[in-house]
Design a protein around this ligand. Sequence first.
Ligand SMILES: Cc1cc2nc3c(=O)[nH]c(=O)nc-3n(C[C@H](O)[C@H](O)[C@H](O)COP(=O)(O)O)c2cc1C
Length: 161
Amino acid sequence: MKFTVIYFSKDGHTKEMADVIVKGASKVSGIEAKAFSIDDLDKEFVDESEVVIFGSPVYHAGICWQMKKWFNEDSKPFDLEGKLGGAFTTAGYLQGGLNTACLELTQLMLVKGMMVYTSGSALGEPYLHIGATSLNESTEKDKAMFSVLGERMANKAKSIF
Ligand SMILES: Cc1cc2nc3c(=O)[nH]c(=O)nc-3n(C[C@H](O)[C@H](O)[C@H](O)COP(=O)(O)O)c2cc1C
């Protein structure tokens, strides 16, 4: 089962966390996980993926314009309907909009016909609520949380598909 993480990253922090999600998902048997920048997507791999997770740096308390542009102008050829989606964000400040940006990604995924999942607070710690979030100076605890997001999304996909 294929598992995609799509991100934009100018300074590398969001990419770092995308790679952590891939590592977490890859712990689940039968999962082939890869991360792609929105500038360098493998369309065939994305279309064949059951899971597509989106990650963005927070810009002005929302997602970055590059990710919004991708949804507006570039996403149409991708077959996202019915896939399991998830969200993650990185930011400079705790109060800077991490959750509002996750909600923005969730809204975009719903518009694309995706099913959105994080495990919320239902499976205990780490609580993922609206999505995995980290400051740009991520801690080992943050990384463990992102890894668990990958693992839980992969397990959920295996139970659905
Ligand atoms: C144009 C711009 C706007 C930003 N706006 C915010 C913001 O509103 N809130 C915040 O917490 N961080 C903000 N940041 C900081 C980034 O979200 C943060 O450094 C992020 O981790 C960068 O991700 P990257 O390293 O993947 O590019 C902003 C950065 C840029 C370049």
